[in-house]
Structures are given as structure tokens and as C-alpha cells.
Design a protein around this ligand. Structure first.
Ligand code: MN
Length: 271
């Protein structure tokens, strides 16, 4: 009898705990509050970034680009789940850094949005993120051959390009997708303070201090990978940028970013 009463008490205790946890669970399910309307120029640049990255062969029917909200660093902006080339201003959604949508209104979210939220959490300096399946980088994620800056346009690779292996990070076989916050955090840890990380058997992630910079980096990461494979096919000896050359070249190119950006944006939005 005594044991039964004790079990009943414990059972009641569990359900009481459940009741107490109820309001917290409800609060967690409530959508995060909005930071308010983003700068329309930022929205326009984000739409342009989607289309430019398709034009330049970085994104295709897959992949995504986001920007940190200009009014609140704990919010970011990204399209609903559609092909990047089709993105318009009406498709841009607001997320908190747990990658919960502020106002989904039935719109679908990208499965791998946690890449963006966790990178914004880990890197306060980052204002824009691209996740792509950039085709030329794929061989460098699966061979152990490091991606290295071959010419001045990709000097931002000079700090090194780590490879994220989702199998190591999760400890088990996955479907290869960064589909939860823990995998997003592991990816952010692999990236560290760098500009680009490859994702084994998948693609890459590129970060920047602005949309023009992250687009530039996404484009020239793809071009560098293509050129490096060509150079390695030509010769066993390839001369890469010295780290000091890379730092100097990156500083010189930084102020010129508006030049390709204005061209790419005009072409992308004219379609
Ligand atoms: Mn992906």
C-alpha cells in the first residue's frame, strides 16, 4: 500500500511538473516578435542577391542567401522556400536567431535555415550568409585537397577553407542536411572566424559583412575552385597566394566591391 501511494504521489508530481512546464512550452511555440519593417533597400538587395547568385552559377534551384535585419541584430531576413531565381520582395520572411519565423502565414521555410541563424549567433560581424551547392567546390570537400586562393580575386580564402563533415559532427549517418540548430552550431564552429567553409558531399557556406561582399565571395569561391582544378590538372606544381599577398590583395579589392555589385544587380533586376 505504502509503495502504491508513493507511486501515485510521484505520478501526480510528474503531471504537476508537466502542468508547470505547460506555459513555458506554449511560450516557446509562440512566434517571435518582429523587429519592424526592414529597410526597403536591404530587401531589394536581398532579392538581387538571390538572382545574381543564380546568374553566376552559385545557386540553382537550391540554396539560399540571407541578410541580418538592419533594425535588430537578433533577426534575419530570408526568402520563403522557393527557387532563388523566383524570389521577390513579397517572399522575404523574418526569422529570429533560432530560425523560427516571425510571421509565417502559411509560407514554407528552407529546411536548412539553421545554418543562417546559428552563424549569425556565432559571428556578430556577419551581416549576410550564403549556403550553396556551388558545383566546382564539391571535389574539394571530398578529396582532402584544400581549396586555396589561386589569384587575387579570391584572396579572402587566404585564412584557409575548413571542411565540415556532417558525419563527424552528428556522430551518425544523416540525410546530409543541416536541419537542426545543433548541426548549425557545429558548422559555425568549423567555420570559426573564416569567410568560407566547405560542406563534405554537399556544398559550402559563405559569410560576409554585407550582401555585396557575401555575393562577391560566393561568386569568386566558385571561380577559384574551377581554376584550381584546372591548374592542378595542368601541373603538379601550383603557386598559390602567400598569406601576406592574400591579406594585401583583400584590402585592395575591398573598396572596389560596388563595381561588380552595381553591374550584377542592374542585370539581375532588369529581368
Ligand atoms: Mn544544402
Amino acid at each position: 500500500m505504502h509503495d502504491l501511494g508513493r507511486r501515485r504521489f510521484l505520478a501526480r508530481g510528474v503531471s504537476l511538473a508537466g502542468l508547470l512546464a505547460g506555459p513555458r512550452r506554449l511560450a516557446a511555440q509562440t512566434a517571435p516578435t518582429s523587429a519592424g519593417p526592414a529597410d526597403p533597400r536591404l530587401i531589394e538587395d536581398l532579392v538581387a542577391a538571390n538572382r545574381i547568385l543564380v546568374d553566376q552559377g552559385v545557386l540553382d534551384g537550391y540554396g539560399h542567401v540571407s541578410a541580418r535585419h538592419d533594425r535588430d541584430p537578433t533577426r534575419y531576413l530570408m526568402s520563403r522556400s522557393i527557387a532563388p531565381e523566383l524570389v521577390t520582395a513579397a517572399d522575404i520572411m523574418e526569422y529570429d536567431l533560432d530560425s523560427d519565423p516571425v510571421d509565417a502565414r502559411g509560407r514554407g521555410s528552407y529546411l536548412e535555415r539553421f545554418i543562417h541563424g546559428e552563424l549569425y549567433k556565432a559571428r556578430p560581424d556577419v551581416k549576410a550568409v550564403v549556403h550553396s551547392h556551388s558545383p566546382s567546390v564539391i571535389p574539394f570537400g571530398v578529396t582532402g585537397v584544400p581549396l586555396r586562393p589561386l589569384y587575387h580575386m579570391s584572396a579572402f580564402l587566404g585564412a584557409g577553407v575548413p571542411v565540415f563533415d556532417i558525419r563527424t559532427a552528428s556522430g551518425e549517418m544523416t540525410d546530409m542536411l543541416v536541419r537542426n540548430p545543433a548541426l548549425g552550431r557545429a558548422l559555425a564552429q568549423t567555420l570559426g572566424a573564416r569567410a568560407v567553409a566547405l560542406m563534405r558531399g554537399h556544398g559550402n557556406v559563405v559569410v560576409g559583412a554585407s550582401l555585396p561582399q557575401v555575393v562577391f565571395r560566393g561568386v569568386y569561391t566558385e571561380v577559384n575552385a574551377r581554376l584550381q582544378a584546372q591548374a592542378m590538372a595542368l601541373s603538379a606544381t601550383v603557386t598559390y597566394l602567400d598569406p601576406e599577398e592574400a591579406r594585401k590583395a583583400e584590402d585592395s579589392i575591398a573598396p572596389t566591391l560596388p563595381r561588380p555589385w552595381e553591374l550584377w544587380k542592374r542585370k539581375a533586376l532588369a529581368k
